[in-house]
Design a protein around this ligand. Structure first.
Ligand code: NAD
Length: 479
């Protein structure tokens, strides 16, 4: 057996060992992609201390210094897109093309925040008093604990770490345990770029241990979390009861895509296919509820079922594959459970549905028709390649059904009508609204986040990220 890379934790600029664990690939759970040093609370504590120690100096460095280092990290990622994309595809299971896109996004995100540092910072207000200067300045939040999920193992850490560092904070990153290699490579790149020790720290370990240490420590000022809504509730509780930490949560979704009678059928099918099934449906913005008007319903279901069945599910490194594996045996079992739930609730499988043990992690995308919005199939996040079609009579009903969910991340509509599109943008309760585009697909310079059970706290990405990672300070100067 050839040796695989061994990823260590990074604490105060030192590589720190832990319990040596295999990191298996998504496509073949018996293939070891790398090994990693699983850490416990003690390493997390040391990382927090290192981040605390490094923060004041880091914040006081000239903007040009932080800018140069972040730009260097971004360029180093972009120099290694191909190699990192192969790793990501093997580890997480997304197609090589999608992985290239994700790694590129990660590199560009570091470069974006490097340059964001040149944007105006703070505001000057007129004072109501004579000979008083009034201004709002920004200072860093301090030490940020970053807790990330497995589905975007490069992009999500990048879109949290880059703004955190840019605005003068130091960081302890705790990635999901399914994807330590992507985080380990990021740590190597950040270290090689020359960041001072302690500014960026990596601790790989269990959520209930390493994650919990970040939530409960008095050495951490803020938590940026992305993951499921259930875990998010625990994060919120811990942050509030341990020092009233600032926290930002990006969580699950059950995103609707509305298809109206006047939609172009090909566009509707393309949006649904991409939004529901690409990345094996493992996107928080995936459209898992297809809300379709009666007049186009049957044609849409027939065309989408045919297109779904035609998707080639296969090895993520094979350029002819259109869908990769699902991430883990646990996720596969959950997806298949929901297929059984949907059938038991009376929905009808029109594509996929069956799974043979010899297909391993390669689940066929599954489309249900005849669903109702009160079914578990339509209410609970599945996080796999499973979508359901709900028939509605008109735009009013479509909007009611779209909004009838605890979540509110992304919502889409396919229509030829400008007024229907405008109405949807106004009335859909979601943080992201798309017209004639898939619900998944966002740009790094625009705010990202949801409403309801999908989000708590300020938006991520773009210039909006500053709202979480810095604190406004109102200053009055008499002269
Ligand atoms: P998860 O909630 O199981 O885990 C997320 C992270 O939290 C992991 O690092 C995990 O180790 C950690 N964690 C678990 N328990 C913890 C605890 N008690 N204390 C502290 N940390 C803990 O989510 P997942 O399975 O990794 O990811 C899938 C979920 O993420 C889906 O619900 C998906 O919708 C969501 N997601 C949301 C967005 C978004 O931006 N809204 C983006 C991607 C994924």
């Amino acid at each position: 057996m050839t040796a695989v890379p061994y990823h260590l934790n990074l604490v105060g600029g030192e590589w720190v060992d832990g319990e040596r664990r295999p990191n298996t690939g998504a496509a073949r759970p018996d293939e070891v992609v790398s090994e990693y040093a699983r850490a416990g609370r003690e390493t997390a504590r040391a990382a927090i201390e290192a981040a605390r120690g490094a923060q004041p100096d880091w914040a006081r460095q000239p903007v040009g210094y932080r800018m140069e280092l972040l730009d260097r990290v971004g360029s180093a990622i972009l120099d290694r897109v191909e190699e990192l994309a192969v790793l990501l595809a093997r580890e997480e299971g997304k197609l090589l093309g999608e992985a290239r896109g994700e790694v590129t996004r990660a590199g560009q995100t570091f470069q974006y925040y490097a340059h964001q540092l040149l944007q105006p910072s703070g505001e000057v207000y007129p004072s109501t008093r004579d000979r008083v200067h009034a201004e709002v300045r920004r200072r860093p939040l301090g030490v940020i604990g970053i807790i990330t999920p497995w589905n975007y193992p490069m992009a999500i850490p990048a879109w949290k770490v880059a703004p955190a560092l840019a605005y003068g904070n130091t960081v302890v990153l705790k990635p999901a345990e399914l994807v330590p290699a992507s985080a380990g490579e990021l740590a190597r790149i950040i270290t090689a770029a020359g960041l001072p020790p302690g500014v960026f720290n990596l601790v790989m370990g269990a959520g209930g241990e390493v994650g919990d240490e970040l939530l409960t420590s008095t050495g951490v000022d803020g938590i940026s979390f992305t993951g499921s809504t259930g875990t998010g509730a625990q994060v919120a509780h811990q942050c509030l009861t341990h020092g009233n930490k600032r926290f930002q949560l990006e969580m699950g979704g059950k995103n609707p895509l509305v298809v109206l009678d006047d939609a172009e059928l090909a566009v509707a099918v393309r949006c649904a296919l991409d939004g529901s099934f690409f990345s094996s449906g493992q996107r928080c913005t995936a459209s898992s509820r297809l809300i379709v008007q009666a007049g186009i319903h049957d044609r849409f279901v027939a065309a989408l079922a045919e297109a779904t069945d035609a998707l080639r599910v296969g090895d993520p490194l094979d350029p002819t594959s259109q869908l990769g594996p699902v991430v883990s045996p646990g996720q596969l079992a959950q997806n298949l459970d929901y297929v059984r739930v949907g059938l038991a609730e009376g929905a009808r499988v029109v594509a996929g549905g069956a799974h043979r043990p010899d297909e391993g992690q390669f689940m066929r995308p599954t489309l249900f028709a005849g669903a109702r919005n009160d079914m578990r199939l339509a209410r609970e996040e599945i996080f796999g390649p499973v979508a359901c079609v709900i028939r509605v009579d008109d735009l009013d009903e479509a909007i009611d059904v779209a909004n009838d969910t605890p979540y509110g991340l992304s919502a889409g509509i396919v229509t030829g009508s400008l007024s229907a599109a405008e109405r949807f943008k106004r009335d859909a309760r979601a943080g992201i609204v798309s017209v004639n585009l898939p619900t998944a697909g966002t740009e790094l310079h625009l705010p990202f986040g949801g409403t309801g059970a999908s989000n708590h706290g300020p938006r991520e990405q773009g210039g909006y990220a500053r709202d979480f990672y810095s604190v406004p300070v109102t200053c009055y100067t008499g002269w």
